[in-house]
Design a protein around this ligand. Structure first.
Ligand code: NI
Ligand code: MN
Length: 217
């Protein structure tokens, strides 16, 4: 399965289904390309309604007639706009053909519904996208519940975990690999991936990507 970092918190996951999470491309100074470079999508997952996460979500869902998966209130808005959408909430799971999506707690803010994270289960792999969040002890439950092959964690500080608290998150989640996100897009997001790697040590394999780069799991 191929996971491509599109910049900020946006990831493209290509397995038996093609999924994008938090596709903030237009107006993103560190985006790896324009939305035209994103392949045809089956699912668009949104962690919360801040603009740097909603981004191009609805436009991409509309382009590909893809299914929007988000918290109930965002899903309702998507439906009102004529998009295909399935709503859910914290602690719940949605089972699609070839894909399971589990919605997890996040500790942040949101205007619509509330903030969340996702565990994506596809082709026997488990990927955790934390959304925007501070570190929280219930990450132990996420780590216990899912054998995470990959965790995508914000490290930019100020609005989310910084490098040190994200390293604490890694020790609770026990993912095989971890990719830092939500840093350096804007100067305020000053957390450094090298610091994160040093704090994590040998607790997990840290993979530092540049926007547009990918890894396989
Ligand atoms: Ni946010
Ligand atoms: Mn954000």
């Amino acid at each position: 399965m191929k996971i491509t970092w599109l910049g900020h918190s946006a990831f493209l996951i290509e397995g038996s289904k093609t999924i994008v999470i938090d596709p903030f491309i237009s107006g993103n100074p560190k985006a790896s390309g324009d939305t035209g470079t994103i392949p045809k999508l089956d699912y668009v997952l949104i962690t919360h309604d801040h603009e740097d996460h909603m981004g191009d979500s609805f436009d991409l869902a509309n382009r590909d007639n893809a299914m929007v998966v988000a918290i109930h209130e965002i899903s309702q808005l998507a439906s009102e706009k004529g998009l295909r959408s399935e709503g859910m909430n914290i602690g719940g799971s949605l089972h699609f053909e070839g894909l399971k999506v589990h919605m997890t707690t996040a500790v942040h803010s949101a205007n619509l519904g509330r903030e969340a994270g996702f565990v994506v289960e596809m082709d026997g792999k488990f990927i955790y996208h934390a959304g925007d969040t501070g570190v929280f002890t219930d990450m132990v439950i996420i780590g216990d519940s899912f054998p995470l092959d990959l965790a995508l964690l914000p490290i930019g500080d100020r609005y989310t975990m910084g490098p040190k608290s994200a390293a604490r998150a890694v020790r609770m989640l026990s993912p095989k690999k971890v990719v830092p996100m939500h840093f350096e897009t804007f100067p305020l997001l000053h957390g450094k991936p090298d610091d994160f790697q040093n704090f994590v040590g040998d607790a997990s394999e840290v993979v530092i990507l540049k926007p547009g780069e990918n890894l396989n799991i």
